[in-house]
Design a protein around this ligand. Sequence first.
Ligand SMILES: [Zn+2]
Ligand SMILES: [Zn+2]
Length: 182
Amino acid sequence: MDDETKKQKKREYYLAHREEVLQKALKYKEAHREEVNTKARAYHASRRDKANQKRRAYGALHREELNAKQRAYNAAHKDILREKTKIYGKELRRREKVEVLRRYSSEVPTCACCGESIIEFLCIDHINGNGNAHRKEIGLSRGQKMYRWLKQNNYPTGFQVLCWNCNTAKGLYGQCPHQREK
Ligand SMILES: [Zn+2]
Ligand SMILES: [Zn+2]
């Protein structure tokens, strides 16, 4: 019997006894679960390795061509790419800010003085009013770096959320006029 005939016979057998064959395979799988899983994992890992090797080999062989293509694409989409990077960076900074504000306020961050809740209006206030000195001490400018510093230092106490209005007024007059009215 040649290979083709063998294959054909196998196919015919399978079609005639499909239910039986599947049941047997299932039983075998259940009885040898660990072994089957290990084999499957090894199979997939080797397939993955092969695919990666192929990709790397292709990349090495066509490096110049691929680089040129990438450069051409970047040049043709310069404005869109720049805009995308800008939007992405803005979104990241906003997320970082909201994350920090939440820690010093609540789920919906609000100004501790007047209750303002528009994120763009909110900032972090040094409760004791030594903001400039503290910023100098830790070597940071105003703004984004401050949020990062608070996060990296595990949200130390002594800070609160205020809006720019209340924060500036507090800095100028030592107390926000809102507090005087109360
Ligand atoms: Zn306020
Ligand atoms: Zn206020």
